[in-house]
Design a protein around this ligand. Sequence first.
Ligand code: CA
Length: 590
Amino acid sequence: MNRFIAAVTAGIMVACAAHAEVTEEDIANDQTITSQIVTNGMGRGLQRFSPLDILNKDNVKNLVPAWAFSLGGEKQRGQETQPLVYDGVMYITGSYSRMYAIDLATGKEIWQYDARLPEGILPCCDVINRGAAIYGNNIYFGTLDARLVALDLKTGKVVWNKKIENYKEGYSYTAAPLIVDGKVMVGNSGGEFGVVGAVYAYDAETGDLVWKRPTIEGNMGMLNGEESTMTGELNATWPGDMWKTGGGATWLGGSYDADTDTLVFGAGNPSPWNSWLRGAGQASGKDDHSGDNLYAATRLGIDPATGEIKWHFQTTPREGWDFDGVNEVVGFTDKDGNKRYGTADRNGFFYVLNREDGAFVRAFPFVQNITWAEGIDETGRPIYVEAARPGDPSKAADGEKGEPVFAVPGFLGGKNWMPMSYSEKTGMFYVPSNEWGMDIWNEPITYKKGAAYLGAGFTIKPLFEDHIGSLKAIDPNTGEIKWDHKNDAPLWGGVMTTAGGLVFFGTPEGKFIALDDESGEELWSFQTGSGIVGQPVTWDQDGEQYVSIVSGWGGAVPLWGGEVAKKVAYLNQGGMVWTFKLPKQLAAAE
Ligand code: CA
């Protein structure tokens, strides 16, 4: 080959490679590029809103299956993933840290990756995975042994595989990574094992750690291989050495607000659950904040370049009901044109925050009969009902079991992990909520590495005869619930809205449903054969609109759901991707 041809050939190869790469710009515009889905949340703001309206209220009745794909294997369990779509291929993660690349045209498998999981992993809440992220020529996902893996998009071959934390200490990872400016942002799981929550930024190309930001005060951050700054102020809101095993796991991942260049991650429950072990100011809570346990049960605004904390908003100070503060923080613009965040907390209250500085704007309940707080005051702090706090076991006659209380919501939350959607069309949030309570009591506990670190006992119970699940359409400007769609079993899957006026979600009973975004009326449904705990997506190709959902019952409810778990024990497991399309000839059909 002469030099000229070699140069031309190399040029073509570079051009081809460049064409296939997913760029920062592709990721930044994922919410508007309708032919692709390369991020969790269908855009880093996590609105899960598609501008597509090929499929709409009039023609959704003509939506039909295009193909289905089985995840296979004897071990099925919960499938909580959100599919990604890029360049003719769908990428999904599965239970037990598996990933699949599927041909979009035929539904045939292109490659499958199975992480080799060691004995002794400690996932708290089923062996699930919530999705991946695409950047460059790689796809990234976390594994149950607390590792972050980069795979080649085309082949599924491992590019790099890095340890986030030690799984033997109770760490794992299940959330979808978030890519910002060439860095892979992830969190950790393990808040029930006394881990320390953190947000990590890895170089997407090399897998090297760029920075780490622990969520619990007293712990040191890292930047470029050296210690950076301490999180918070040592012992300001934690007694003694409790901050070393203080929880605050960042297990649901984060969002990114491009307008303010801010990462937002939530931190889970403080460890242990028994709040009496975590500080002096807890008895009053009103004026003495020394037992607040920052930054557990808190949303954190973080600088994506350095990992420094820009602001924090704690939803449940001196938390004692497992009200993890991890729920997704979704950027929107309110009716007056203000930049806001909306977040529906596990504690039963929906919060609106200022996107500039995380400052509290308003809060309102989104589930009924909340017992632990009368409301939220003008500073954003809960107005506690002290009698609804599980009692101190050290004050019990036997010193073993504190006074039990019945608390609403139950510890699985007014809303758990399952992501809500914000519709740019209606200006409303569509929140998958659950109405349930629990008996809860505190017990003595001491920390032991790799063992559950709770100091509490509990049983989840239904509140109402006719439903636990309730998908609610909520006006964030007023807190008004416009309509709700009740479901017998607890809702455990994600929600998606579209410019076509549709709200898609699935139920544990297996139904994949499209509702009218204004009335809540059911317009279409399809029985997928197993419970849905996954997250719907939509995209278009050659003028036709597609919708996908992964079906496969599991997650925390069957494992932790007490009386509710017995109630839904009849539900069958599975593991199937369903892809639907509106055939061109039916798009205009009546
Ligand atoms: Ca928790």
